[in-house]
Design a protein around this ligand. Sequence first.
Ligand SMILES: Cc1ncc(C[n+]2csc(CCO)c2C)c(N)n1
Length: 202
Amino acid sequence: MEQRVCGSNRIAGCNFAIYPMTDDFVQVIQSALKEVDTSKVWMETTDIGTCVRGRITHIFDVTKAAFLQAASTGHHVVFNATYSIGCPGDTSGDTYMAEDESPLNAANSQTIHQEAAGMFSLYPMGGGDYMDTIYSQIESMKQQGIEVSSVHYATRLDGDGNSIYNGLEQVFTDVEKNGSSHTVMTVTISANSPSTKGGKKE
Ligand SMILES: Cc1ncc(C[n+]2csc(CCO)c2C)c(N)n1
């Protein structure tokens, strides 16, 4: 029987999908997934998205690289992801938790300079002071050189794709380290959008 893990070595996971706004969407999705080295994560791709599971470092390394690869085609792409750690139903059965911490795609991702606009929502579950955790993580995002602004139900992030991703990884890692029993974070990032920033209020 598979063992559930606790402490600093819990399995993290992410369900993500890339939506390229081009007739060439199949090629953009398939090559983004092919260009990324996914050998340190468990991965499954279906018709609605891709799931990766393993150590936090690799989950972020792989999803950041997939987004940046797709965005580097120059097409308008939207990327959507749900990160989770500590889900009571998840297990540590996969051997991927034995991998070292060294990310396989970081060097390549750093060569991709891509402006991006995104938003994230953080759900630190299982503790009573969740709003304090959320506010302090939004504050720490502001220290990363990313433009941070409030939107309903989420926090908007504007800036370099690598910086946004590094900030998201730090938030997720910090909340886990601080003892949240189950953390979920949703992320939407858009690159190369022809629309102007912001929107009209009705
Ligand atoms: C990251 C990611 N993984 C899977 C899909 C689902 N999907 C939609 S089109 C297509 C290619 C043809 O099979 C696939 C796999 C996605 N959108 N993004």
